[in-house]
Design a protein around this ligand. Structure first.
Ligand SMILES: Cc1ncc(COP(=O)(O)O)c(C=O)c1O
Length: 377
């Protein structure tokens, strides 16, 4: 019997093989300079990534969770304040709010886009609301024009959680420049991923970014041992900045390759019984971080693909309002029916630039054969 190759969810080694020479040279430059903290790659990457997003300023931090936590702190958000956000996300979005002593107010997501439903935002705003925090899930930007319009009417700012959306666009404007500010994660598996942890806050507001930088550097003032506000140590590592500068040059090509594979899945899965494929909204370009299906028998499909050597993942098995860690936010089952249904039905299949189109076709064929057989049974 011929054994078929195993298909992982991501293949960072395959990607490294394509950029090895550039990466090794960039890392060697940092080793030679020995500027491991605040080396020149940090400032250069901040400039280059801000420009990529179409924003004026950026501050590199240690990871995407810190980017959110420090951004909320820079807004002055704390006890007694509320932040309107979604539960159909990674835990970090809610953690950042609770860690600042504020309360996340979760609204449900749209059943087609899986991102914040603007119709629900207005009803969630109270006199305690300080910020609206949508998430660009799976690379699909939340409907920012509608969210910004509603928030603006209430004198509120919008912070984008763009951890999964490097290069996503609405009407030609990129994630990072669609609200007042945005936070990014460069976790290795992201569209733009470091070789460790890294994150960034991006904004056109110079004072806001300066406040983030101050908090991320021990509340620093004019000199090194001048500590003006209570801060922390959350700097972008120079080695990661050097890696990210190399990888930023490839991001648009990689995003195009993700798109081609997403389109191949969508074509191959058209009209598959009990499967809903992801949809891109008009005037919007997803960054296609993940290709996430909805399947009637999600767990059965996942087990079938696993048996065929195809890795999959569930993003996410429990909406965060039902996580014990979020108990202080007062979430209850049944409160967010769309988010809760998604957590039972979603399944992400492999999607990365180095994935062969033949592998996409093979995975899609396995999905079709499982779901077709289910319907016939
Ligand atoms: C939507 C979202 N927000 C925040 C984060 C946190 O980023 P990090 O893992 O870099 O702390 C992630 C990362 O996985 C994410 O997907």
């Amino acid at each position: 019997m011929v054994s078929l190759p195993l298909v992982p969810m991501v293949d960072l080694k395959a990607q490294y093989d394509t950029i090895r020479v550039e990466i090794d040279a960039a890392l060697a430059r940092v080793f030679e300079s020995a500027a491991f903290i605040k080396g020149e790659d940090c400032a250069l990457f901040e400039k280059e990534f801000a420009a990529y997003c179409g924003a004026a300023h950026a501050c590199g931090v240690a990871n995407g969770t810190d980017a959110l936590t420090l951004a909320l702190r820079a807004y002055g958000i704390g006890p007694g304040d509320e932040v309107v956000t979604v539960a159909n996300t990674f835990i970090a979005t809610g953690e950042a709010i609770l860690l600042n002593g504020a309360r996340p107010v979760f609204v449900d997501v749209d059943p087609v886009t899986y991102t914040m439903d603007p119709a629900r935002v207005e009803k969630a705003i109270t006199p305690r609301t300080k910020l609206v925090l949508p998430v660009h899930l799976y690379g699909q930007p939340a409907p920012m024009p509608a969210i910004v319009e509603i928030a603006g009417r209430h004198g509120l700012r919008v912070l984008e959680d763009a951890a999964q959306a490097h290069g996503a666009e609405i009407e030609g404007r990129r994630a990072g420049a669609l609200g007042h500010a945005a936070t990014f994660s460069f976790y290795p598996g992201k569209n733009l991923g470091a070789y460790g942890d890294a994150g960034m806050v991006v904004s056109n507001d110079a004072d806001f970014v300066a406040r983030v930088r101050q908090i991320a550097n021990h509340g620093g003032g004019a000199s090194k041992y001048d500590n003006v506000v209570l801060g922390t140590n959350s700097r972008l590592d120079t080695l990661q900045a050097a890696v990210l500068r190399v990888k930023l040059r490839h991001l648009d090509r990689w995003n195009r390759e993700r798109r081609a594979r997403a389109e191949a899945y969508t074509k191959a899965l058209a009209d598959t019984p009990s499967v809903i494929v992801p949809r891109e909204m008009p005037r919007t370009r997803s960054a296609w971080h993940l290709y996430t299906l909805r399947a009637g028998n999600r767990d059965g499909l996942q087990a079938h693909l696993k048996a065929q050597g195809i890795a999959t993942a569930v993003h996410y098995p429990r909406p965060i309002h039902l996580q014990p860690a979020m108990a202080a936010a007062g979430g209850r089952p049944g409160m967010l029916p769309v988010s809760e249904a998604l957590s039972r039905e979603v399944l992400s299949v492999p999607l990365y630039p180095e994935l062969s189109v033949e592998a996409v076709e093979r995975i899609a064929a396995e999905v079709r054969s499982f779901c077709g057989a289910e319907v016939r049974a």
